[in-house]
Design a protein around this ligand. Structure first.
Ligand code: HEC
Length: 465
């Protein structure tokens, strides 16, 4: 007899999983399920080629608890979303151990729930989706890498015309002979023992070292980056796209690029030796198309001071000759007044106040922050300030167009005609304070006309678009 190597083969670990009963109709399967449930079995499962109505009830399967899990995670997401935003925006300068950012923007409150709803909503959606997806996996004990039932030839018909009922061997009342008998009595065509060779369920041997290898390799790039950041390197840096790093270009206000450096005279790309090209003849700069200084800029044509006038630091900056009357394009009347009021309430009232006393909402909030030492806001000017009342309309127009001191320009938001309308309304506002009895000006007349024409004055004054 040949001498065999005595190395013992590792015993395959076989586990008895339970009985699989086969049925040929759904009716029989349902009846069997009912019997088995009534007999007190809990660890059962049915396999059918198509959904069978009533099988959940017959097997006594309870409704899934997944919705409760998702609800719980959703509530946690609310706390996370709100908490995170409160933390980064909120008043947490002294917050231990990491202070938040304490954003202060335009006088807005540091903590405001409505602004935090969208982000919170998104986080709820994200975390709930994860809870649903992974919760379903966990409840179903997925992933299951191998299913012993797939090894049974008989079980293959589960996708066409056979119905199966499985009773797990770890059910408390499972008994090898009795359970088999019960299944046969319940009408099974066939009852098969299911054994599971546990070595089947093992991951292929190479997978573990491979995973470890991949993880180690994945650590390599971050490690290299970390190392590179912490050291100096005399080598020139790598240029991945040299064409972009060294492209032919010339910066503004420099000399023209050289074509060649001849022995005596260099040859420039541009004959005039400048890198920047002058405007093509006839081109018009943005905003310069309009030549009508009165309407577009608010001063008498040709009175704009030259660039070097008043350049001495101590000189008063010379101003153009501002218009004292409205330009011809502006049609004085009630419509202008109404338009001006509407635009003023939209663009100016937030700072200057509806009546122009420099007490708009933004101003009030900002000034209260000033008092707390948290802001440096310039008090918004009252438009009834004698210095402002004395200003010609052209200068008011210019203030709206280009801003003044700490007030920003509004030319990008408000078209010229509307700026004039605002100036007209401004004059009317001022007239409410300065007009003498019996005095008539276009602005005062318009106030009178509009007030007389509107049924509800208060509402009209507060009107917004
Ligand atoms: C964001 C707030 C804000 C808005 C909006 C605003 N202003 Fe002002 N305005 C100011 C502040 C602040 C000053 C004072 C500037 C200074 O003296 O430094 C000022 C000053 C003025 C002055 C006086 C300028 C001078 O000669 O000293 C006028 C006139 C004026 N604003 C008109 C307007 C009009 C008209 C609008 C609407 C188009 C408007 N403002 C919108 C903040 C605002």
């Amino acid at each position: 007899m040949a001498h065999r190597s005595s190395a013992p083969e590792s015993e395959p670990e076989i586990r008895f999983l339970g009985y699989l009963a086969e049925f040929d109709t759904t009716r029989k399967l349902l009846a069997a399920c009912n019997q088995i449930r009534q007999a007190g079995y809990k660890k059962t499962d049915a396999y059918t080629p198509f959904p069978v109505h009533g099988i959940d009830g017959a097997l006594g399967i309870k409704r899934t608890k997944l919705p409760f899990l998702v609800l719980g995670v959703g509530l946690v997401a609310v706390a996370v979303g709100i908490g995170m935003q409160w933390y980064v925006n909120g008043p947490t300068e002294d917050f231990w151990p990491f202070p938040g950012y304490t954003f202060r923007i335009g006088g807005m409150p540091e903590w405001s729930l409505p602004a935090n709803i969208p982000v919170t909503f998104e986080i709820i959606v994200l975390l709930s989706a994860f809870a649903t997806f992974f919760g379903m996996w966990a409840f179903n004990r997925l992933p299951q890498l191998s299913n012993p039932l797939f090894r049974l030839d008989r079980f293959k018909r589960v996708t066409s015309d056979r119905f199966f009922l499985m009773i797990d061997s770890d059910d408390p009342i499972f008994d090898e002979t009795q359970t088999r008998e019960q299944l046969e009595q319940a009408g099974a065509i066939m009852v098969e023992r299911v054994d599971h060779d546990m070595s089947d369920a093992k991951l292929p041997g190479f997978l573990k070292p491979l995973t470890v290898c991949m993880l180690c390799l994945a650590l390599l790039p971050p490690a290299l980056i970390y190392r590179a950041r912490g050291m100096t390197n005399p080598e020139p840096r790598l240029h991945a796209v040299p064409d972009m790093d060294w492209q032919d270009k010339s910066k503004s206000q420099t000399v023209s690029p050289l074509l060649e450096v001849a022995a005596t005279t260099p040859t420039f790309l541009f004959g005039d030796g400048r890198a920047m090209r002058p405007d093509v003849a006839g081109s018009v700069a943005w905003g310069e198309l309009s030549t009508d200084d009165r309407f577009y800029r608010g001063y008498e044509p040709g009175t704009f001071p030259t660039a070097d006038a008043g350049s001495d630091e101590n000189d008063v900056k010379p101003e153009p000759q501002w218009l004292t009357t409205f330009p011809d394009e502006v049609e004085i009347g009630d419509d202008l007044f109404k338009r001006g009021q509407n635009r003023y309430n939209i663009y100016c009232a937030l700072c200057h106040g509806y009546a122009g006393y420099g007490d708009g909402l933004v101003t009030r909030r900002a000034m209260s922050l000033n008092i707390q030492g948290k802001g440096a806001w310039t008090q918004t000017k009252s438009l009834h300030d004698p210095a402002v009342v004395a200003q010609p309309v052209g200068r008011l127009y210019d203030t709206i167009s280009n801003g003044r001191n700490s007030m920003g320009p509004y030319r990008a938001q408000i078209p010229e005609a509307d700026r004039w309308a605002i100036v007209f309304y401004l004059k009317a506002l001022q007239a409410t304070n300065t007009a003498k009895i019996g005095e008539t000006t276009a602005a005062v007349n318009s106030v009178d006309a509009v007030v007389a024409g509107s049924k509800n004055t208060d509402k009209d004054f507060g009107e917004r678009e």
